[in-house]
Design a protein around this ligand. Structure first.
Ligand SMILES: NC(=O)c1ccc[n+]([C@@H]2O[C@H](COP(=O)([O-])OP(=O)(O)OC[C@H]3O[C@@H](n4cnc5c(N)ncnc54)[C@H](O)[C@@H]3O)[C@@H](O)[C@H]2O)c1
Length: 264
């Protein structure tokens, strides 16, 4: 007998769905039976994710979307409903790369850009998604935060502050829409083996993984599929009693941060 699919009959939007973690989430959602609108500011990257889903027998459609543009977010929700009949699931994954710098050296534009994409993008997507989820009888929102929303990091005030705000925003969503059967949770990944994480401070993924891995209780950095597994769980009925909370998927990093002699 085939294993039951966790997201059978669901319709999802994944923003940042062309990125490494967003693609893994979109692919896992599709594997679990959801129809997925894969939205990314890069149309090419969204299309690549959709190709991967389709070649695996899944149902997906690509969309070029800038989450900082309210009208594009409204259109994305309308597109999902028109194409797939409803909207039940939203994974907000899109985030921008912010240059490193302190409040003294960062430009105001860089500061604003972190909030415009990482936080305001979620605001716009949720604003338009919630009414459709209500019409569908309920839904699940999964916001990608970061372990750096829990702890500060040197020279990353914009990123850390925007991700801390995501944690609080998610709780408020859960409170405001619990009665509509809409759950909202966040995921805080630790360092995941991605180009984005590597190139912040290292020359290659290999160098990043070799340096950061030993600082994790499991002895390595995380895999995109491990974030996708958490997202699929939170989006599914398996997590029906979870809302307004944050899931740390961080290899135990937050459990011992501060006691290591190799804090990376
Ligand atoms: N990689 C890690 O180690 C790590 C750790 C903690 C949290 N995260 C978070 O996970 C998420 C995904 O990170 P990733 O490593 O896959 O990065 P990534 O750069 O591969 O993916 C981010 C995606 O967002 C898209 N994007 C950027 N601006 C956008 C906009 N305005 N509108 C729509 N799409 C936009 C990019 O084109 C890209 O495809 C981010 O929210 C990031 O903050 C990542």
């Amino acid at each position: 007998m085939a294993a039951a699919q966790m997201l059978e009959g669901r319709v999802a939007i994944v923003t940042g769905g062309g990125g490494e973690i967003g693609s893994a989430i979109a692919r896992r959602f599709a594997t679990e039976g959801a129809a997925v609108l894969v939205a990314d500011i890069s149309a090419d990257k969204a299309a690549a994710t959709v190709s991967a889903i389709e070649s695996n027998g899944g149902n997906a459609h690509p969309l070029a979307l800038d989450v900082t543009r309210a009208e594009q977010c409204e259109q994305a929700v309308a597109e999902a409903v028109e194409r797939f009949g409803k909207l039940t699931t939203l994974a907000n994954v899109a985030a921008t790369v912010t240059p490193q710098g302190t409040v003294e050296t960062l430009s105001y534009d860089d500061w604003r850009s972190a909030f415009n994409v990482n936080l305001d993008g979620m605001f716009w997507m949720c604003k338009f998604a919630v009414p459709e989820m209500r019409k569908a009888g309920g839904g699940a929102i999964v916001n990608i935060a970061s372990s750096h929303g829990h702890i500060g990091m040197p020279r990353r005030p914009a990123y850390c502050s925007s991700k801390a705000a995501v944690l609080q925003f998610t709780k408020c969503l859960a409170i405001d829409f619990g009665a509509d059967n809409i759950r909202a949770n966040s995921i805080s990944p630790g360092a995941i083996d991605t180009l984005r994480a590597a190139l912040q401070r290292f020359k290659s993924r290999e160098e990043a993984n070799a340096t950061k891995g030993p600082a994790y209780l499991v002895g390595r950095t995380g895999k995109t599929e491990e974030i996708a597994a958490g997202a699929a769980f939170l989006a599914s009925e398996e997590a029906a009693f979870m809302t307004g909370t944050d899931m740390l998927i961080d290899g135990g990093y937050m459990a011992f941060k501060g006691t290591t002699t190799n804090p990376v």
